[in-house]
Design a protein around this ligand. Structure first.
Ligand SMILES: [Mn+2]
Length: 418
């Protein structure tokens, strides 16, 4: 019931209108309209050219034909060929161009690539459908980021590289496929955004990047699980990626791994592996012993609560960047509480709130990244695409932050000076 109805309702009339009851009661805070964050982001967005928007409209009209005569807005085409409507069309990630000829990937600045592999899952499967679910819900967005004052569509040449041909029955062959694919993207000068798939991918993903970096690589790993045991059920499952990615360090002698062709990447030191959000009651027993022995940097949800998300992320940055040339972000969607992200393989209550997660990744991305992955989105267990949408948001918030800080994209070219 509105205030307006009040006066006509017995027992609810107070004699004078509510609108006047608090007149002059506000204390001045000295915040002017032009000082709000909203005003600043609107100002930043006003400087971004809409060149690609104009191009898209022209292309839509050419390829999709002009609209029927009764449609007044002549920018609308007959066949949907651009971002609109969000529920229509063929979904690549963000409806970005599909780089079908992967040899041409170097034309772009960033590439979304799916790694639809879930055979290394130890509990619920389904993450093989993760990339497709993320693509579907990503169509809701057109790249215009109010909070960050960034227009991804205009300021970044993004493509969808499609999916890597994973081998569902074979973890090792899949790892080799994934490493070759990620390496191809990275060495073409393109920022890789790898969408899983389960977390076993962390190892082949970093193996596709770290060997090409002249110096040490830090890893910021946001997850409820420590994922650093040697093997699980006799295989390199999704509980093991950081065992194989980080090396043992000088304190521990190597065991005999002659049957494996790789025991850690020489420039991935365990102390630069920062594991945030670790906790709960599932799956951390064997990994904890390895993390302690190797000396990884572990921050639990307690650490996040104690410091707050921003400071926790700043601490993580210090630890990850110490002595490193680059930092990689590994985001397990189960780090967000399953109340928000139910569609995942190993849910663990008590995780991050979405807003905390966004603040952390935005803080982390400010310093630049060499690549990122979002893993463990399992659409069969999802509700309303919530989990896939959070994965999309993690990717977009990282990309937007990288652009805003001149770590990716072509902001100078796309914006006019203030
Ligand atoms: Mn996890």
């Amino acid at each position: 019931m509105s205030d307006h109805d009040d006066d006509h309702h017995h027992g609810h009339s107070h004699g004078h209108p509510h609108a006047h009851s608090h007149q002059h009661a506000f204390q001045p805070h000295g915040v002017k309209r032009e000082d709000t964050h909203g005003a600043r982001t609107m100002e930043a967005l006003s400087r971004v050219s809409q060149h690609k928007q104009t191009e898209e409209t022209a292309r839509s009209l050419e390829f999709g034909l002009e609209a029927a005569g009764s449609v007044v807005d002549r920018n609308i085409s007959c066949f949907s060929r651009g971002h609109q409507p969000a529920f229509a069309g063929i979904n690549t990630f963000m409806k970005a161009p599909y780089c079908e000829d992967i040899r041409q990937i170097g034309k772009y600045e960033a590439a979304f690539v799916g790694a639809p592999f879930d055979s290394a899952t130890t509990y619920r499967p389904g993450t093989r459908f993760g990339p497709q679910a993320v693509r579907r819900i990503s169509a809701l967005y057109d790249g215009y980021w109010f909070d960050g004052g960034v227009d991804i569509y205009e300021e970044l040449d993004l493509c969808d590289a499609g999916d890597i041909f994973v081998i569902p029955g074979n973890i090792e062959k899949t790892f080799d496929q994934v490493t070759k694919a990620v390496s191809h993207i990275y060495t073409s000068g393109v920022f890789p955004i790898i969408c899983g798939g389960d977390h076993s991918l962390g190892f082949p993903n970093v193996r596709g990047i770290a060997p090409h970096i002249d110096g040490n690589v830090g890893i910021i790993h946001i997850d409820r699980h420590i994922d650093i045991q040697e093997k699980d059920m006799d295989e390199r499952m999704h509980t093991t990626p950081w065992f194989w990615t980080t090396h043992e360090g000088s304190a521990v002698s190597h065991r005999d791994h002659s049957h494996m062709h790789d025991v850690g990447l020489p420039n991935c030191h365990p102390k630069n592996l920062v594991q945030i959000g670790i906790g709960g009651w599932y799956g951390n027993r064997p990994g904890t012993a390895v993390a302690r022995r190797r000396g990884t940097s572990v921050m639990t949800m307690h650490d996040v609560e104690k410091h707050g998300p921003r400071k926790a992320a700043e601490i993580a940055l210090e630890m990850a960047w110490e002595g490193c040339k680059a930092v990689y972000l590994s985001f397990d969607i189960d780090s967000i509480d399953p109340g928000f992200a139910p569609g995942t393989g190993s849910p663990e209550p008590g995780g991050l709130l979405p807003r905390e997660a966004f603040e952390m990744i935005r803080t982390i991305a400010q310093e630049g990244l060499c690549g990122m992955e979002v893993v463990e989105v399992s659409p069969p267990y999802d509700v309303n695409d919530n989990t896939a949408q959070l994965a999309t948001r993690v990717i977009l918030d990282v990309l937007g932050t990288l652009i805003a800080n001149d770590k990716l994209g072509h902001r100078a070219k796309a914006t006019s000076k203030p």
